[in-house]
Write a protein that binds this ligand. Structure first.
Ligand code: PLP
Length: 416
């Protein structure tokens, strides 16, 4: 079947051509060819509504929040707090449970420091998995070092799924927190997070989910999941960089000490003693990224207007289509073949280095990520130097996958 026809058929519910008009950068030429942007897991592109909202903020609103009594400061504060409510509604949380951070990394560091100060002591254990991003490894290693605690790791199968039976064995009276990703950035694996949470809660252990790679692709309901902490980054959700979100259950946030000291996070300061604000402001010291906090709500509204169900369906079609095409390439091995995956394909090719392939793809206008993807322990598990990773968003097309596969075949023939 002609690919354009197939694409239309598969995409009945999503008008990708219309959507692409919302993303000016997708019309860029790279080395003389239209860009094929398949590096969405690293960061996503921004629609016009987001770009316009950034300008509008600086033209019409710019002022500091929570401080002034003047018109602009009130306007900025209202928009900032309205965005917090939009984010809360999107996650089915309450707005006091939404903390603005710089991104997923800062959100995890906040919990590792603050929850760690309140609840982790010598001899305790924290559980992570073998497929974590460095952002969900290093903060816990630092905490364990500070507190003389131990980091335990859930092993994975060769397909890239968590070994749940092994996880069950790791849960004990010493476990103070389980921190795993909802979706793996390197493998695309969607982890069975409800089961992970239920098993931990049966032993009264809280769970943090790194949702950086989940939130752009699926509806996340923190109440339904009953998760204790959930983190994501705005820039992967079609919003600005420098903004992220930590959701935390009030029952935990209210018991956690501040992460950083400064303005905004205080109730009363004297030179002898300071009392702290309630959550979420207690965890938001200093002037926040006001513009990005506000604009993140525009990105969320945009995604919701398209519909996360439709997005997931289209991205899954892209995943299946690309997987089928790539599997036909001799010597190509897909890394990460879990049953449940988002639209991420990592692969290696016999005898070729991922970065050589990446460079030759770039020369043909195709942007992919190569290397360890900030998951070195996972890459070591597979005993490979890294992977080539193609990651799709809802604005990607079947035609782009064809271009990518042709470019890949050309790169292989040049390198072999
Ligand atoms: N966790 C996962 C699963 C990721 O994919 C990433 C970024 O790639 C991060 C955490 C870190 O996100 P950020 O750099 O936006 O803080």
């Amino acid at each position: 079947m002609d690919i354009a026809v197939k694409s239309k058929e598969l995409n009945k519910e999503l008008d990708v051509e219309a959507i692409r008009k919302d993303f000016p950068i997708l019309h860029t030429k790279v080395h003389g060819q239209p860009i094929v942007y398949f590096d969405n897991a690293a960061t996503s592109q921004k629609p016009l509504v987001v770009l316009d909202a950034i300008q509008e903020y600086y033209k019409e609103t710019n002022s500091n929040v929570h401080r002034g009594i003047h018109y602009l400061s009130n306007k900025a504060t209202n928009e900032f707090e309205a965005s917090r409510k939009t984010i809360a509604a999107h996650l089915n949380a309450s707005h006091e449970e939404i903390i603005f951070t710089r991104g997923t990394t800062e959100a995890i560091n906040l919990v590792a420091f603050s929850y760690g100060e309140a609840f982790v002591k010598s001899g305790d254990e924290i559980i992570i998995s073998h497929m974590e991003h460095h952002s969900n490894i290093v903060p816990w290693q630092m905490l364990c070092e500070r507190k003389n605690a131990t980091l335990k790791v859930i092993p994975i199968t060769h397909e890239g799924e968590l070994k749940i039976e092994e996880y069950k064995k790791l849960l004990s009276a010493k476990t103070k927190l389980v921190a795993v990703n909802h979706v793996s950035n390197t493998l695309g694996t969607i982890n069975p997070v409800r089961e992970i949470i239920e098993l931990a809660h049966a032993k009264n252990i809280p769970v943090l989910l790194d949702g950086a790679q989940a939130v752009p692709h699926m509806k996340v309901d923190v109440k339904k999941l009953d998760v204790d902490f959930y983190c994501f980054s705005g820039h992967k959700l079609f919003g600005p960089t420098g903004i992220g979100v930590l959701y935390g259950k009030s029952k935990w946030l209210n018991q956690m000490p501040p992460y950083q000291g400064g303005g905004e996070m205080i109730k009363q300061v004297t030179l002898e003693k300071t009392t702290y604000n309630d959550a979420p402001l207690r965890f938001e010291a200093g002037t926040p990224n006001i513009e990005a906090s506000i604009v993140l709500a525009n990105a969320i509204d945009y995604v919701n207007e398209i519909g996360l169900d439709k997005i997931a369906k289209h991205e899954n079609d892209l995943l299946l289509y690309a997987t089928e095409k790539l599997e036909k390439i001799q010597g190509l091995k897909i890394i990460g073949t879990a049953k449940h995956k988002t639209s991420v394909i990592s692969f290696v090719i016999d005898g070729l280095h991922p970065s050589d392939i990446g460079i030759l793809l770039d020369k043909q206008g195709v942007a992919v990520r190569t290397g360890h993807h900030c998951t070195q322990p996972l890459i070591d598990f597979y005993k490979i130097p890294g992977t080539v990773r193609a990651s799709f968003a809802f604005y990607n097309t079947f035609e782009e996958i064809d271009i990518f596969v042709r470019a890949l075949n050309k790169a292989i023939s040049m390198l072999k």
